[in-house]
Design a protein around this ligand. Structure first.
Ligand SMILES: *Cc1c(COP(=O)(O)O)cnc(C)c1O
Length: 457
């Protein structure tokens, strides 16, 4: 039976629909919108029932094949999945049916490896078939950059340029980007993450750079989001007691790519009762859900969960589109989404710095649970949700809280709060002594433009 071909449309509704490989290689749609699939396959209960005995890479293949299988050879896709996902995904029971999913065992010790490793392999596959070359331009608040640099390092058809806010990434995060060289260039911008993101977006829309095939590896790329739906299925398959048990996920959110992965999984049939959206003090999305009014935060607030210091999440337009609305890239709501349905599916909570620190401390003392700031924000989110929903049925529902980075990526916070030295993630060993290479740049788009033109001469 031939399946319907999935097409990708722009959230601004003003670009032609494209195939997956086109959306993947373009990144941003020509009208400045974000690509979304016009339909998604359903994972049947029977298939879901087959997942518990499958490996992560097999589940990834099964799901991705249903979405992009008509654009890539099955055996090739299966090989790429096995190659991308060769690390553990620990599911740690804390108490009752509350679990932590640790997405921190990849090569850069953050969950962004899940997206970046698959996207890089898919891009290299499609580019080499077309004999084309691209440059990936990406802004990072820390973990995207290192995951992208690592995932694309050494690929033949792809150059990478990464912008990061000079004062807002940890030494470890920086070293993961700056110690590679070869096809990876790194720019330290004297500004905030949102400045880096704005410059990247300007470059994409700049006709003067049209000779350079620029593309994106931020969570604005649909090629990152689809692979991120897989771990929701995986965790559910391993932990649910029946194939219709409902699960509550808590997702520590900044640009909301992670949450989009979850929403895609739900749309494909995963029985999710609720997504707890856990943010730090950058609470524009929780406010939006509560009040129906969207007000972005500039400049974004500096919190210790630094990868979530986002005042205007790039994936919000996609979430709005999922619920029938339209939001442009500046955050204007052109058409209101179905807020009631959003509130039905999503429970949003903003966790302040004080609470984040207290949660890290309490989790460690009470449950011997070592969390870094992002995972702590999520864990606190599950607590908030369960304390406000005491009469929920079943009495002890399945909770899965996402831990998105390895605690050793945030040693300063843990030293200060717990007075311990978190054991180093295996992938971070040896980084200390490697020499760094990066350019410092003022917060000015014209300097970035000049750099890009010179770099491609
Ligand atoms: C990027 C990141 C997040 C936020 O994920 P989004 O997909 O941007 O919402 C959370 N935690 C860590 C450790 C991250 O690196």
């Amino acid at each position: 039976m031939k399946r319907k071909t999935i097409k990708y449309y722009s959230t601004n509704l003003n670009s032609p629909e494209v195939s997956f490989s086109e959306a993947l290689l373009k990144g941003l749609a020509p009208d400045g919108g974000l690509y979304l699939p016009d339909s998604l396959p359903i994972i049947s209960t029977r298939e879901l029932g087959s997942y518990p005995c499958k490996e992560y890479s097999e589940i990834a293949y099964n799901i991705l094949n249903k979405i992009i299988g008509n654009e890539i050879d099955k055996e090739e896709l299966s090989k790429l999945c096995a190659d991308a996902y060769n690390f553990e995904i620990p599911l740690e029971k804390i108490y009752d049916r509350k679990y932590i999913m640790r997405l921190d065992q990849g090569p850069t010790a953050s969950f962004k490896d899940f997206a970046a490793r698959m996207m890089s392999r898919l891009m290299q596959h499609f580019l080499s078939h077309k004999n084309q070359h691209v440059t990936i331009l990406t802004a990072t608040s820390g973990d995207t950059g290192s995951a992208v640099a690592n995932a694309f390092y050494g690929l033949n058809n792809i150059k990478v340029v990464i912008l990061f806010p000079a004062e807002e990434v940890t030494l470890m995060q920086r070293k993961q980007m700056t110690t590679l060289q070869d096809n990876i260039s790194v720019l330290a911008i004297n500004g905030k993450f949102d400045d880096c993101q704005r410059m990247v977006k300007m470059a994409f829309l700049d006709p003067a750079l049209s000779d350079i095939s620029l593309t994106s590896a931020n969570s604005i790329n649909i090629g990152r989001l689809l692979p991120q739906s897989v771990y929701y299925f995986y965790a559910y398959a391993k932990l649910a007691t029946t194939t219709d048990e409902k699960v509550i996920f808590s997702v520590p959110s900044g640009n909301f790519g992670n949450l989009m992965g979850g929403l895609i999984a739900k749309k494909m049939g995963l029985p999710v009762k609720k997504f707890v959206i856990s943010t730090n003090e950058n609470d524009e999305v929780p406010e939006f859900l509560h009040t129906g009014k969207y007000k972005l935060i500039t400049p974004s607030k500096n919190c210790i969960s630094s990868a979530m210091n986002v005042g205007h999440p790039s994936n919000l337009a996609r979430i709005v589109a999922f619920y029938g609305g339209v939001m442009d890239e500046s955050g204007n709501v052109i058409k209101s989404p179905d807020l009631n349905q959003m509130r039905e599916d999503l429970f949003a909570v903003s966790v302040n710095e004080e609470e984040t620190k207290r949660t890290i401390d309490e989790a460690y003392r009470k449950y011997d649970l070592l969390l870094e700031p992002h995972g702590a924000v999520a864990w606190k989110g599950t607590k908030e949700y369960s304390s406000r929903n005491k009469n929920i049925r079943p009495a002890k529902p399945l909770y899965i809280s996402l831990e998105t980075a390895h605690p050793s990526k945030f040693p300063d916070a843990l030293r200060q709060i717990l007075k311990i030295e978190p054991p180093l993630a295996p992938s971070l060993l040896n980084l200390e002594n490697k020499p760094e290479h990066f350019h410092s740049m003022e917060n000015s788009y014209s300097l970035l433009k000049e750099f890009l033109i010179k770099y491609h001469k």
